[in-house]
Write a protein that binds this ligand. Structure first.
Ligand code: WQD
Length: 333
């Protein structure tokens, strides 16, 4: 069976993708420096799958250690998750975002070329669409970025497009995630960010367990059905399935291709809050405050390309995303 190298494998999406690849019978080689993850996640991946993960604990930018991993394993393809991903933090620390996100990618590509490995799945983001005027958003929509995090993703996409245009040995999938949420139904792995969360789901789970006093809803005067922001939430297990489909079908993908990974449906902040309250059977403290700078009113995917290419579609409902988040948080059996 093929062996895939996952960078950032101990992270939220990386760990769930490890599970999906192992359950599909593939071998996984993992690399993570635990900048935003924890070492014990590998034991829990093994607990879920009954299969072991060969993992190396270093920064992907360490070229000699990375080359040594390729020397030890026959790597058939790489899924590159490693990187920093907080929009607000990227505004405060732009240079670190460029050093980590671009630096890790450049080191990875250099080593892959030396090792004759040309199959790559890159963790991109819907943030490269900026505040798209087109809804649902197709992969052909204009690209722009309004913060260093988004710019780092856009620059890397451009680098990978140039690389594949210059060398037809490359097969590259640029996966643009919308809003990954939820957790594995076992409750053993989930989103476990270091520091204060910015995203809606981890903020709500910190309100539930009292670490935060209330949910502040950023604006209720958007041009949306209930005035609050609308987003395309995708269960992390569905997202992992999208990576499995991508990596198994890379061979048929000459060049570099952007593919949206989203449900194609939008849900508002109020709908998400109401779903959490329904699952928990109690109301949660919340208030309405000013809009957050940079937020779009609505953002949801045209997910048809992944369906056409790989017959991949999301399967999980908002209720399942909320239930699995609550189970991971320990609020639900
Ligand atoms: C969702 C909705 C907020 C927190 C971000 C990144 C994007 C991607 C996914 C990496 C919005 C509202 C949120 C809160 C709120 N990450 N909200 N109160 O901003 O759509 O996307 O995460 O690729 O790059 O930009 O996600 O979860 O922060 O916000 O009202 O305390 O919830 O206004 O409408 P976002 P989010």
């Amino acid at each position: 069976m093929p062996t895939y190298l996952l960078t950032g494998a101990a992270g939220f999406i990386g760990s769930h993708t490890c599970v999906a690849l192992l359950e599909a019978g593939h071998e996984v080689v993992a690399i993570d420096n635990f900048a935003n993850s924890h070492a014990d996640v590998y034991e829990r991946v093994e607990q879920i799958t009954g299969r072991s993960v060969k993992h190396y604990d270093f920064d992907v930018r360490d070229r000699s250690q990375l080359a040594a991993v390729f020397g030890r394993h026959q790597i058939d393809g790489v899924i590159h998750f490693a990187g920093l991903k907080a929009v607000g933090e990227s505004v405060e620390r732009p240079w670190e975002y460029y050093e980590v996100n671009l630096g890790s990618t450049m080191t990875l590509i250099s080593v892959m070329r030396e090792q004759d490995c040309f199959n790559l799945v890159f963790s991109s983001s819907a943030t490269v669409y900026g505040e798209s005027k087109i809804l649902p958003i197709p992969e052909s929509a204009p690209l722009s970025a309004s913060n260093p995090y988004g710019r780092s993703k856009l620059i890397i996409e451009d680098m990978l497009r140039d690389l594949s245009s210059s060398d037809n040995r490359w097969h590259i999938a640029l996966l643009r995630y919308f809003n990954p949420v939820g957790a594995h139904p076992s409750g053993l792995i989930g989103e476990d960010p270091k520091g204060r969360p910015n995203n809606l789901f981890p903020v709500i789970t910190q309100v539930i367990d009292g670490r935060l006093p209330e949910l502040q809803i950023f604006g209720d005067d958007y041009d949306t059905p209930d005035g609050t922001g609308v987003r395309d939430y995708i269960h992390v297990c569905d997202l992992a399935g999208g990576h499995l489909a991508a990596v198994e079908n890379l061979g048929g993908l000459g060049g570099a291709h952007a593919i949206n990974l989203g449900s194609g449906n939008g849900h508002s902040v109020r709908e998400v809050l109401e779903q959490f309250q329904a699952v928990l059977g109690r109301s949660l403290p919340h208030c309405y405050v000013a809009r957050r700078p940079g937020d779009a009113a609505s953002c949801y995917a045209d997910a048809s390309r992944a369906a056409e290419l790989w017959s991949w579609r999301t399967t999980k409902t908002l209720q399942e995303m909320v239930e699995d988040s609550c189970r991971w948080g320990g609020f639900l059996k």
